[in-house]
Design a protein around this ligand. Structure first.
Ligand code: ZN
Length: 134
């Protein structure tokens, strides 16, 4: 069902503070930032091979990323798998008895259709299923 990693999402308190590390120290290709109002995050994108690193900075204390950082600190937040069709993938997971956060896709950074799967059903890892926007 999944064939590659779309991206790795990392929760950070400050993009400004962390972008130089990824861009200048690690030498990843920085491709810009985008604010996703709906999820109250500002995202910075880095290409690595045919996948990406996404740094997620909360734009409000009500953001799930702000809550995550308050509880667990900065660090890896989710792993996103690329799927051909997000709704089909979510339905398949649900049919397998997997608990979902999103029963239907929402639009995430980059205009991709995304859906989250509950970490209680995935052995502790927050999984995002991403149908990449062409
Ligand atoms: Zn993501």
């Amino acid at each position: 069902m999944v064939k590659k990693i779309s991206h790795i999402g990392i929760a950070v308190t400050s993009l400004e503070e962390q972008i130089p590390f990824y861009r200048d120290v690690l030498g990843l290709e920085f491709t810009g930032t985008e604010t996703v109002e709906d999820q109250m995050v500002k995202v910075a994108f880095f290409n690595i091979g045919d996948t990406r690193i996404e740094l997620l900075e909360p734009t409000s204390e009500n953001s799930t990323i702000a809550k995550y950082i308050a509880k667990r600190g900065q660090g890896i937040h989710h792993l996103a798998y690329k799927v051909d069709d997000c709704q089909t993938a979510l339905d398949k997971m649900e049919a397998e008895g997997i608990r979902l956060i999103d029963s239907s896709p929402r639009i995430g950074a980059g205009g991709h259709k995304i859906g989250f799967v509950h970490p209680k059903s995935t052995f502790g890892i927050l999984i995002e299923l991403t149908e990449e926007h062409k």
